[in-house]
Design a protein around this ligand. Structure first.
Ligand SMILES: [Zn+2]
Length: 285
C-alpha cells in the first residue's frame, strides 16, 4: 500500500472557482464531516474498468473542423508515481492526471497545449473517464452518517448519476450575456489556460481572480446605443454586471457538476448533499 496521493478539493478549481460572488458553499458542515469520515471507509470497487472512449462536449477545432472523440486509459503505477510527484498544487495534480490519463483528443496525442485549450468542463469530463477506466463506474460509500437522521448509509453512486450539463450548440463559441441598461457582453467559455491564470493568483483575492477570468473571457461589450468596447478592463464593469457574467460562465460551462450531487435517503426521505471531490473519485490511489 503506497502513501495516499493528496488530491485537491474540486472547490479549488473548475466551475466552483468561477462562481464569483455567487460562490455558495452548498455543502453543509454535516456533509463535509460525512465526507471526511468517508475518506477512510475503503477503496473503490473496480466494477467495469477499461471503458476508454468518450465524446467531449466541445472538443478542439483544427482548421475549421471540430474534434470531439477522446480516448483515455487506465492509470498505472507509473502514472500514480507521476501524480504523487506533482505535489500539493491542485492545478498540477489535475494537469498530471490529464496528461497521463488521456491518450488522444481527435487525432492528436495529449499534450500540454491541447489540455490548455480544452474547456474546463471537457477537462473535468475527461478526469471522470480516467476514473472510470481505472476504478470502474461505481463510487462506493460505506457507513455515511445521514446528516438528518444519523442512520449509517451504504451507498453506490454510478458516475452517470452525477449531474451533467450539456452544451446546446457545441460549436457556438461566443455567447451574449444581457447586462444592465440594455448592454450586452459577448463572452467565451473558460478553458484550462484561463483556469491556470486564475489559479496563478496566489493571494486568494477572489475579486482579483474574478477580474482575471472576466478580462480573458469578455470579448466585447455592446452598449444600448450600439457602441462596442473590445476587451473592456474587468475592473470597469459594474459589480452587478460582473456577477451576471460570472454566473453565466458557471451555469453554461458543460460537463459533470461534481459539487451538485445529492441523494434521497430512503429511511428519512430527506435529500442529502454529497459533493464529489477529486479525493473521493481517486481515493484508491
Ligand atoms: Zn436520513
Amino acid at each position: 500500500m503506497t502513501e495516499p496521493v493528496v488530491l485537491p478539493d474540486f472547490n479549488s478549481f473548475g466551475d466552483q472557482a468561477l462562481k464569483g460572488l455567487e460562490s455558495p458553499e452548498e455543502a453543509t458542515a454535516a456533509t463535509q464531516a460525512l465526507l471526511k469520515e468517508d475518506r477512510n471507509s475503503g477503496e473503490p470497487t473496480v466494477s467495469n474498468p477499461g471503458e476508454c472512449h468518450l465524446t467531449l462536449e466541445r472538443g478542439v477545432c483544427r482548421e475549421g473542423t471540430w474534434y470531439r472523440d477522446a480516448e483515455v486509459k487506465e492509470l498505472t503505477g507509473a502514472d500514480e508515481e507521476a501524480i504523487a510527484a506533482a505535489g500539493s498544487s491542485s492545478y498540477r495534480v489535475f494537469e498530471t492526471l490529464l496528461l497521463r490519463g488521456v491518450r488522444t483528443v481527435g487525432a492528436e496525442f495529449m499534450n500540454r497545449k491541447l489540455a490548455s485549450e480544452l474547456l474546463i468542463g471537457d477537462r473535468e469530463f475527461l478526469v471522470m473517464a480516467i476514473r472510470r477506466a481505472t476504478f470502474g463506474n461505481d463510487l462506493e460509500f460505506e457507513e455515511l452518517p445521514c446528516p438528518h437522521c444519523e442512520e449509517l448509509v451504504d451507498l453506490t453512486v454510478p458516475l452517470d448519476a452525477i449531474p451533467f450539463t450539456h452544451l446546446d450548440h457545441p460549436e457556438q463559441t461566443e455567447y451574449d450575456v444581457p447586462l444592465r441598461r440594455g448592454a450586452v457582453a459577448v463572452v467565451r467559455l473558460p478553458t484550462g489556460d484561463d483556469q491556470a491564470a486564475v489559479l496563478a493568483i496566489k493571494d486568494g483575492n477572489a475579486a482579483k481572480q474574478d477580474s482575471e477570468i472576466l478580462g480573458r473571457c469578455v470579448l466585447r461589450v455592446r452598449d444600448a446605443d450600439g457602441t462596442v468596447t473590445r476587451r473592456p478592463p474587468a475592473t470597469s464593469l459594474s459589480m452587478s454586471d460582473r456577477k451576471a457574467i460570472l454566473k453565466f460562465l458557471a451555469d453554461t460551462q458543460p460537463g459533470p457538476r461534481y459539487g451538485d450531487f445529492s441523494f434521497t435517503h430512503d429511511t428519512c426521505g430527506k435529500e442529502v448533499p454529497l459533493p464529489i471531490s477529486l479525493a473521493v473519485l481517486f481515493r484508491g490511489m
